[in-house]
Design a binder for this molecule. Structure first.
Ligand SMILES: [Fe+2]
Length: 442
């Protein structure tokens, strides 16, 4: 009798687990592939092209009109679809083009649409806006957006726009991407390409890599990666590397790491900025000392990927995930847990705000690690950590985003809060005169 009851109970459990699994899978697929209207946005910009993407409720043909002064050129689709993708080619580098999109079944907001192609002008000052964990549509997100626009004066002064993951809460569904990103930053999206990395919340559905299109063949600079999960692009004198710390192999000899080594060793740009979601050093809303936190991703990125970044003299590593602001000094060689930290060994330059580096690549010359995951963190004020990660002496609970200004010899980073005031800033200066003085103690 007991045997029979146990048997029926086991069958019952299997049926419940199967129904739950089928239900979950249905929800994930529905959220990932459900059609939503979407205004045109820009992707995969290069020195000579850009991709315009939008979505319409009906299958139809669309056209993009573009030009520098007049919209005198056009690219039209030849196959009716709901998922529109128009690639514009044959453009000139470092030019701003106006464009408009013709769609029958949605009203496209074409007012003030433009984009600028990438440039290789090493003397041009470049402004980079960096948002982390910005995907919550709330007052903090919108105030941080307005604060940055107020701080820079005009969105056209932003050259490059980065997102550090968790770009659409809570699950990265098509609907949530509209709410958390596409309907939240409408004016920015009309005039800028957004370059996001994937966060754990984005990865709960399968929409992220469908929504965004990245240069995997080196079209926008850097070594071809063959994967949308990791790739690089270059603008002005900055080499940008975007990594997926969520869904791909984070092994030191994995495909991402092997490509990273090739890409960084070929990099000739003065400045190198690497972004991925999971911070190698944090004691904020996540703990990089815990292998159980985020299933070891922070530990794996620190142990396996950070040594590669330092070997090839990456200047700045930006992450989110922790909804705080944390920053290291110019550091190297700290690949263990925080109790291994030794300032004498791991801090290259201990000034709080100003760092000097050789203008040629020097292995292990020092990197700044900056966590900036509070762009939709709905908190006010500035509260320093009681116990910061020892690598990250500048650590605050506050809401904001980063403005990076890169020019021919200085990289300046400012943390702009939701009231448009600057929490703190720091600079890395590069010159030949710092080459001899620099003696990394790694
Ligand atoms: Fe996260």
């Amino acid at each position: 009798m007991i045997k029979k009851i146990l048997k029926y109970f086991a069958i019952f459990l299997v049926v419940v687990a199967s129904l739950y699994g089928i239900g979950r899978l249905s929800v994930v697929m529905y959220d990932s592939y459900k059609y939503v209207d979407r205004q045109p946005y820009l992707q995969k910009v290069s020195q000579n092209g850009v991709v315009v993407i939008w979505q319409t409720p009906k299958e139809e043909l669309g056209c993009v009109y573009y030009g520098e002064k007049k919209l005198d050129k056009e690219v039209c689709e030849d196959k009716a679809t709901q998922y529109h993708r128009v690639e514009i080619t044959g453009l000139q580098k470092e030019r701003r083009y106006r464009y408009s999109v013709d769609a029958a079944s949605i009203k496209v907001d074409n007012l003030g649409r433009s984009f600028e192609t990438l440039n290789d002008d090493v003397n041009r000052t470049q402004r980079i806006w960096v948002q982390g964990d910005s995907g919550n549509f709330n007052s903090a997100q919108q105030e941080n957006y307005k604060a940055m626009m107020k701080y820079v004066g005009d969105d056209r002064k932003i050259d490059t726009w980065l997102m550090l993951g968790d770009n659409a809460y809570r699950s990265g569904s098509q609907k949530q991407f509209n709410k958390g990103l596409f309907n939240a930053f409408t004016e920015m999206l009309k005039r800028h390409v957004v370059w996001p990395v994937i966060g754990n919340h984005d990865a709960r559905r399968w929409a992220f890599y469908d929504i965004f299109e990245f240069p995997i063949n080196g079209e926008s600079g850097g070594v071809a990666s063959g994967s949308e999960s990791y790739f690089s692009f270059e603008n002005g004198n900055v080499h940008f590397v975007l990594l997926d710390s969520q869904t791909v192999d984070r092994d030191a000899e994995g495909e991402m790491a092997e490509w990273l080594k090739k890409d960084l060793s070929a990099n000739q740009k003065l400045w190198t900025i690497v972004i991925f979601h999971h911070p190698p050093y944090t004691k904020g809303s996540h703990d990089s000392d815990s292998y159980y936190d985020s299933r070891g991703r922070m530990v794996q990125m620190r142990e396996n990927i950070v040594p590669i970044l330092e070997k090839y003299d990456v200047d700045l590593v930006l992450s989110g995930h922790s909804h705080v602001y944390e920053r290291s000094l110019l550091s190297h060689g700290q690949y263990g847990y925080s109790d291994n930290f030794d300032a004498a060994k791991h801090v290259v330059q201990s000034d709080l705000h100003s760092y000097h580096k050789c203008n040629k690549k020097v292995s292990f010359a020092g990197t700044i690690y900056n966590v900036a995951g509070s762009s939709s963190e709905d908190s006010r004020g500035i509260n320093p950590f009681n116990e910061p990660h020892p690598m990250m002496p500048i650590s605050y609970f506050t809401s904001g985003s980063l403005l990076i200004t890169a020019d021919a010899d200085t990289l300046k980073v400012e943390m702009v809060m939701r009231d448009a005031k600057v929490l703190e800033s720091y600079m890395i200066m590069k010159s030949e005169k710092y080459c001899r003085a620099e003696q990394p103690n790694k």
